[in-house]
Each structure stands twice: as structure tokens, then as C-alpha cells.
Write a protein that binds this ligand. Sequence first.
Ligand code: GLU
Length: 367
Amino acid sequence: MNQRIVIKIGSSSLNHPTGGLDESSIENIIKIISEIRSQGMECILVSSGAVAAGVGKLGLSTKPKDIAGKQAVASIGQGVLIEKYAQVLDNYDLVGAQVLLSRNDLADSCRYKNAQNTLERLLKYNVIPIINENDTVAVEELCFGDNDKLSALVAGLVHADLLVIFTDVDGLYTANPKTHSEAHLIEKVEDIADVRGLAGGAGTQLGTGGMITKIKAAEIATRFGIGTYLVNSNRMNDLPPYLHGEKLTGTYFVPSAHRLVGKKRWIAYGGLSEGSIIIDDGAVKALAKEGKSLLAKGIIGVEGEWERKELIRIVNVKGTEIARGLAELSSAEVIHAQGKHSEEVLSLIPDLEGEEIVHRDNMTLMH
Ligand code: GLU
């Protein structure tokens, strides 16, 4: 049975198309949460809608395009949003807590643990954590990018049993249903690799996501071992019965059989990388198909600067991320070592512990 559920609701489901909170959606989501809680389960809500609510409050016609403008409307809207949640929760005798997270909070192990402890305590107090990105201080390199990804990382943080992403479509289709009449809903995804190509980039006017960010979020959560359901927000009322075993229309992403744990999880989705090592096709095959460590011979380039044991990306010649890992050498040392045979590297850098530049135990494949 699902005990702990992370629910993500997007801006398009919470706001009128031109901005401004749609109060009935907030009432509905809280009603659902209260029902789920009365079934003995815990809920964490990841709610977007701050930017859109701010746009509505200021009476703007669109969301600002510049960073300061977006951050300003987010700080206006977050207050509006949380106030509305608090009012509605009160009607159900429930208490909510605003939790604003920044990307760095999940990258640094001390802050990660701290966020985890706080959320655990809130749940122990029977409070509903209402999480959003700390938009006002997020800058491009240091933000989650979208709340879909944030919800997957939060699901990992709280060891959720299920992630439900409410959105404005019925789920993932075999093609765009607006343009392809033969398109049909995919009810179950066993392997993300089968569906990666299906998402177009577009999102709505107010949110930042689109199908691509939902698939990426499902990929993260399922690699954490958490099943992920993509459901139309107009079917919200079907969620509590589903948790009793009824059918739910949407797309369910099955948890991965190769669950990432501990350090491998942090390497893939927690830590922030300092740079990239570019590798040739032979090394791509050795890493991705044969489960090998990265040796100097297959390295053809370096981007960025890092010190020994820092987190880096490993990319192919086209820039596609193949893996992430902890580098045994600094970026300057990798430049000396690249393309060379291991014996030569070991004689050049005698204190290198083994021949591996990134050991497979300190590496997570990303595809
Ligand atoms: N954090 C943003 C907001 O609350 C939304 C991000 C997203 O749409 O994914 O408005």
C-alpha cells in the first residue's frame, strides 16, 4: 500500500489561463489531500503557481520575461498562494507549512539532511508541507528549472511511495493528440528509454514545463524506485479511489528494477557538476554497454575546472550526457592525461591510486 505520496500540481491547473488563482482548484486539491490523509496516508504537495498568481495580483497580461521581473512576481504570488492554501486547509482542520527549496539545498549533504529532517518533522506534526522552488533567489545555473523535477527530487528526499503529477493533459500519448488523430494514451511505461522521444518541448503560457519535463521527472523518480503517475488535474477526484485499488486514467511509470541508492543517487541527481569530460565512442561503449570505469585513453577533451574527487559530467562528442561521476584527477591533470595509455598516466601522476580517471563505483550512467 502507498503510505507517502508526493503530489505535484502545475500552474496551468491552479490558475486561470491568463493568470490569477483559480480558487476552485485549490479547494479541490486540498479536498483530495484531506481524503487521502483520512485513508491513513501522508501527503506532501509540490505546488507551482507563484509566478502566475503574482501576474494575476498585479494585473499584468503576461509573465515578465526578465529574471528580476519573474522573481518579483513570484515573491508576490507565493504569498497569495500560501494564504489561499492556509484558508482552505483551515476548513478541513488541517495545517500547512510553506517550504521553499533552492537547488543548493539538495546539492549539499548537510542542507539535504536538514531539509529531510524538517519535512519528517512536519509530517510527524500531521502538517501538509507545501513546497515550491525558492524562486526569488534562484538563478539560472542554480535552479531546479521546473517543479516537475523538483517534485521528483522531493519524492526521493522523503522516500515517497508514489509521485503523482497533475497536469492539463490526460497523460503521455503515442503522438501529439492535438495534431495526430490516431494518437493514443500510453497507460503504462516500463522503460523510460521507450518514450523519451515522444515529448514535444512546449508548455503552457504560465508554467515552465511541458511533457519533456514530466518524462524527465518520471525518470528521476522511477530511478529512485518510486512509481510515478501522470494524471489530468480534471481527474483529481479519482486519486483517492485509486489508492484503494480502483482504476485511474493516466500514464503510470513503473519504478526501475535498478534502483539508485546512496552515493550513486547523489552523483546522478543531487550534486552540482563542476565541469565535463568529453569521451570518444569507444569509451562511451565501455561505460554504457560494458559497465567499465573511465580510463584516460578514451578522453578527448575537458570543459570547466575542478579539483580531485569533485563531481563532473561525462559527455560524448555531441555533448550528450552519458554519465556523471567523481573525478580522481583535477581538470588540469586530466588535460595532461587525456588520450594516453594508463601506464604512461601512472608514471606521469604517480600518486593516482589506480588507472581509473572516474571509477565505476563513483559513477552513475545517465541513459
Ligand atoms: N516555481 C514556479 C511558480 O511557482 C513554477 C515552476 C514551474 O512551473 O515548473 O510559479
